[in-house]
Design a binder for this molecule. Structure first.
Ligand SMILES: [Zn+2]
Length: 88
């Protein structure tokens, strides 16, 4: 029934909240869990800029995509879109 889900080691380091927001890996924002930061190359390809950091996140539905950190922490992006509308 279910797709093969990629099991990621998401144990957040205990000091993640003390790192001034630079490292948000393992944290949850809405329906998203932060997996890791994009590499410099990935970020250049996707955003044409390395100024604002972007992160790979995984939605509760299993989709993985990248979000700029600002959109995550500000609450602009809380899901891949599958839960955003709450139209049920
Ligand atoms: Zn989703």
């Amino acid at each position: 029934m279910s797709d093969l889900m990629e099991v990621l080691d998401l144990d957040p380091p205990p000091d993640v909240q003390q790192s001034r927001g630079m490292d948000i890996a393992g944290k949850a924002f809405g329906y998203l869990t932060v997996v890791r930061k994009l590499t410099r190359d990935e970020q250049e390809q996707k955003y044409r800029s390395t100024k604002s950091s972007a992160w790979w996140v995984r939605c509760v539905c299993g989709i993985r995509f990248s979000v700029r950190r600002y959109d995550l922490v500000s609450g602009n992006t809380k899901s891949c879109g599958c839960r955003g509308k709450a139209s049920r």
